[in-house]
Design a protein around this ligand. Structure first.
Ligand code: AP5
Ligand code: MG
Length: 218
């Protein structure tokens, strides 16, 4: 079973490539950002705490994320998943070690680690122009991928197209800083295990899809 970690700064295209792998190759995607946004929009006691952290571009504590992640892995494994994609996890060195432990409990291991590499300057245009469908999660961009019909999701027909609260210039800068502070040790960990590969994230979506297909041998 292929279990792929996708690393990358905010807006580098983690969600976009994950949705391609889900659609075409039956992977199950675990986006810790999406899971945390679900909690922050709920009425649970954690919601306001998580909302505050996300809106500042900081990281939610490792223990909260690990618990949520493990529950999702177990659910997918029990439902017969053919492969898992970790979108936005790990983000700290502690999470990197925790991920190995959590997947090992299910007799799984990480098979590939891909980093989508792009500069902050290029990310700004992407993040400030991103929107998505609140109903099905499809990701759009006013410049590179607008909906075919104005205000209607191509995938599910919903009119509920939204922008994320943390997609603001100041928050993006903090999110980027957080990423830069943590990525070196994560990269080193996976490089030592011969799992790490960098992909130029400024390429077109199609080019990135082809590279990913080659690397993970799909
Ligand atoms: P999360 O939701 O993971 O946000 P992120 O890492 O900042 O990444 P994004 O989702 O913003 O970008 P993406 O890489 O998915 O890009 P996308 O494909 O959408 O996390 C949010 C927050 O939750 C964090 O800040 C933190 O607070 C918390 N959190 C999450 N995980 C955590 C963890 N493990 N531990 C602790 N806290 C955690 O693409 C972006 C745009 O670009 C789109 O409009 C898309 O259409 C466009 N695009 C994509 N690819 C291309 C391309 N090749 N060319 C042109 N346009 C493109
Ligand atoms: Mg994302």
């Amino acid at each position: 079973m292929k279990n792929i970690v996708i690393l990358g700064a905010p807006g580098s295209g983690k969600g976009t490539i994950s949705s391609f792998l889900v659609k075409n190759y039956s992977f199950q995607q675990i986006s810790t950002g999406d899971l945390l946004r679900e909690i922050s929009n709920s009425t649970s006691e954690l919601s306001s705490r998580i909302q505050a952290i996300i809106s500042k571009g900081e990281l939610v504590p490792d223990s909260i994320v690990a618990e949520m992640l493990e529950a999702k892995i177990i659910e997918f494994v029990q439902n017969g998943a053919k492969g898992l994609i970790f979108d936005g996890y790990p983000r700290t060195f502690a999470q990197t070690e925790m991920l190995d432990e959590i997947v090992a409990k299910q007799n799984l291991s990480i098979t590939n680690v891909l980093e989508l590499d792009i500069s902050l300057k290029d990310l700004e245009t992407r993040i400030l122009n991103r929107y998505s469908c609140a109903s099905c999660g499809e990701i759009y961009n006013y410049i590179s991928k607008p909906t075919k019909i104005n205000n209607i999701c191509d995938k599910c027909g919903s009119h509920n197209l939204i922008k994320r609260n943390d997609d603001k210039k100041e928050v993006l800068e903090q999110r980027y800083k957080t990423y830069e502070q943590n990525i070196a040790k994560i990269k080193e960990y996976y490089s030592q295990r011969n799992l790490y590969q960098k992909i130029d994230a400024t390429l077109t979506v199609q080019e990135i899809q082809n590279k990913v297909k080659d690397i993970i041998e799909l």
